[in-house]
Ligand binder design. Sequence first.
Ligand code: IPM
Ligand code: MG
Length: 369
Amino acid sequence: MSSNSYRLLILPGDGIGPEVMAEVRRVAEWFRDRRKLPIELSQRRFGLEAWQADRTLMPEETWSEIQRADAILFGASGLSETRDIPREERRKGSLLRLRKALDVFANLRPIKANPALLDASSLRREIVDGVDMVFVRELTAGVYFGEPRGIETLPDGRRRGVNTHTYTSDQIERVARAAFELARNRRNKVHSVEKSNVMEAGLLWREVVTQVHAADYADVELHHMLADNCAMQLIRAPRQFDVIVTDNLFGDVLSDCGAMITGSLGMLPSASLSARDADGRRRALYEPIHGSAPDIAGKGIANPLASIASFGLCLRETLGEADEAARLERAVDAVLAKGLRTADLAAPGTTSVSTKAMGDAVLTALETA
Ligand code: IPM
Ligand code: MG
């Protein structure tokens, strides 16, 4: 294949990862074959599957493919079976290491209420109707990576767990810029979320966001909001939000909260992006936010739509194919409008379709989308 194609690396990973990524693969092949998009697909072992085959969670070969790829299409990571694997090895194969190594600091998590799923939400239809927002979660710093960290035993025998929440001004600045840029292409509104009332790192966050805004983005409407209030507002009046920029941990928690607006964690895609290098190249990691879901793994009932929608973000962000991304969104909407539901979305007492049947339906809908 020509060197002008985009190298997309599929890492199915653990739990339901392989099942949902099999459907993503078929969708990606469809765009390659039917829409002639310059996509080169490869797939490598990662996680428990790699441990069983190669005695490592992250084979060297997989790691070098990761370095070469234009984008990684990631399934899921993390299972209780990996708990007995040596700590060093687990660290090598961790999703956090991957995020850090790729420096994908801007994690975009779009949350959009689908008209066909308004009744699947745990919130009332009139609250969720019309919600359309994006979390920009800082992904490579904060308490997830701060040092010192660990569990130590004190002289008196008590044990102490330590994590460090830390942000430098440049780390805050670059994610704030990503949020303002994104807002300009949307409804031009940013909520910056922290706990500046109790945390110094939150105070710095607010200061830096304020400075960046005044210097370069004064045209964007900016609100500062405390994280606990944000949790409340997401449930109370989620339509007020356009872009929410926040740190790694608050972003993790609040985006799960926001996910419930869509009816299921099984619907939520994400894109994690680095800065552009001198050649304009941007590393990218696309993953559903649902995780490995061991309770339903291997049953063929997982919802592949979050992974498929993550591929849609790849079409938009890595390939720059906004029209093709919109085509995929239309196909997914059509499938949902027809009433197809995987178990996570199905109303009690109704029948649900399998992972593969959902993939089939998306492929069929693509023909006319
Ligand atoms: C997420 C997940 C991850 C996180 C886990 C799997 C480490 O919850 O992407 O939201 O906490 O970042
Ligand atoms: Mg999470």
